[in-house]
Design a protein around this ligand. Sequence first.
Ligand code: BG6
Length: 499
Amino acid sequence: MVIFGAGGDLTRRKLIPAVYYLCRDRLVPEQFAVLGVDRRELDDEAFRERLDGGSREFIGAELDTANWQRMLQCVHFLPGDFTDPDMYQRLAGRLAELTEADGMAPNFLFYLATPPRFFAGISTQLDRAGLLEESGGNWRRVIIEKPFGNDLQSARDMNRQLHEAMDEHQIYRIDHYLGKETVQNILAFRFANSTIEPIWNRQYIDHVQITVSESIGVEGRGSYYDQSGALRDMIPNHLLAVLSIVAMEPSNSFNADAIRDEQTKVLRAIQPLSHDEVLTSSVRGQYGPGILADGTRVPGYREESEVAADSKTETYAALKLMIDSWRWAGVPFYLRTGKSLPGRFTEVVIQYKHGPNIMFRDSLLKREDVPPNTLVLRLQPNEGIGMNFNAKVPGHSTHLGTVQMNFRYDDYFDNAPTTGYETLLHDCMTGDATLFKRADNIEAGWELVDPVLEVWSALPVRDFPNYAAGTWGPTAGEQLLKRDGREWRACEACHTNVT
Ligand code: BG6
């Protein structure tokens, strides 16, 4: 495993801990090596010391010293500038040395833990150095992580450049949401339970909500975030990844391409928003100063470091999307995400339609007194699935109350993956691309987001900041559903639902 950008945060916080867990669980072969590449002038020993100091805290109490030391001995370092073609000759030489010395098969996983502007250049150089050539049954794979472009055109350009260096089957694009057990479990929930799938369609479902709410602000990532904004940062990747799993048709096998075909198909079935529709079906917001539920005062987005004092970048985005398919015709999918909201939670709400309630018509109830059933897939935290339904409140008269059936991961399983990255690394090493995004999927996501970006940049906002940190985003976000006679599900764990 070769890590470009080995001196960076991703390596220290995520990749090395993930490699540790894989080594500990004997999920990598005995002959396995990590080669870090970075500009720093380090040797193997100095790099190991650096990791020893920098990565331990991300494993915490679970760290087992013997396994940790064993893992560190597999780690090597090559100083070099990855824009320098000569470096790739040295890399090829070092890889030959390492593989020959330990009798390893020359299977290489290149992890590009670098800013995306280097993806194409590194791939081209790897190709020129012959390091991407798969022959004699050996594989060569490249992992990259979002952002995959910042609009449709740049995403297409990136895909084209990558394809000039290697085949699509060698590219593993990480969307870390697909690494989450709870996201993968949506497939199992839908397709391994015969009672769920028959009612997963427009006949029973009124609408779907997908929320990724974050209580943190931009946390020192101002220079990236101010260029990106909430829409680009979250929607074409994480929220559409969740949507595609919630809405896809069953594939006829668990084969990576069969599943990814279905995911892309459903993204392509979403009605692209016309420029006029963007005005009514999208909402953007930016937080100003505010007070969080615990009393902490939070500065406004424009006061964050490396953010322009008059920034027009959105920290909140919501969309209403419609899918043109027999399954979903007429069922809105409402998506929202934002920073500095009152709580951190990611959930999918499946709101079922009202029943006719004929039996209870004369006793006590208006239709609204009998809330429709709601299924909530809690992706994080408090991972699990809850179903709200109505029950008779014990007593002489007929009163109904809403109760909950609740599945919590903690009650059943104790082997949750520790970083999420180990699943993805292991899948890449074993050649299972199911949880990685394909080029067509990336482009299908940007096709949906592009019209929104176009309208938003053509019509600069005048009312930013338009929500206070610690509140649920701009009023327009509530209106998006209210106009349709609906509302966002209140967050149970967040103590407040005020805007
Ligand atoms: C990242 C975004 O991809 O996902 C961040 O760049 C965001 O802005 C993060 O905070 C959310 O991930 P998670 O796993 O904490 O929900």
